[in-house]
Design a protein around this ligand. Structure first.
Ligand code: 5GP
Ligand code: ZN
Length: 111
């Protein structure tokens, strides 16, 4: 999608701090990190959010989450994954992405 920010990042048209890539998934550091580790994990195929996510993509994202958590050194003591969806979910970029947050003890509050 030409006017999609994350499609343009995946295509390399907009620079990003890449942390992981495979056939289906691209991951890069959030430009406005909310934790010492804040990585955005996105499918290479454009889809708006989790409502459009198919099983293969979900599996690829789950596998990438584990690899990136290990790579970033947060698998232990732990981390959080979040995917905002729609207006009330405070989704600001309409390309499915999972936030991986860690590197400190995160708030117990989710909302
Ligand atoms: P959302 O609010 O949609 O769940 O998350 C979008 C995230 O994308 C935000 O955390 C925001 O900081 C991040 N973001 C927005 N524009 C850019 C960008 O150009 N580069 C990077 N690396 N992150 C971005
Ligand atoms: Zn896109």
């Amino acid at each position: 999608m030409q006017d999609c920010l994350f499609c343009r990042i995946i295509a390399g048209e907009i620079p990003s701090d890449k942390v992981y890539e495979d056939d289906r998934v691209y991951a890069f550091r959030d430009i406005n990190p909310q934790a010492p580790v804040h990585v955005l994990i996105v499918p290479k195929k454009h889809m708006a959010n989790v409502l459009e996510c198919d099983g293969e993509t979900a599996a690829a994202l789950a596998e990438a989450i584990g690899k990136i958590a290990a790579q970033e050194g947060v698998a232990e003591p732990g981390f959080r994954v979040v995917s905002n969806c729609g207006r009330d979910g405070a989704q600001s970029v309409n390309h499915l992405h999972v936030h991986l947050l860690g590197g400190k003890a995160l708030s117990e509050r989710m909302a």
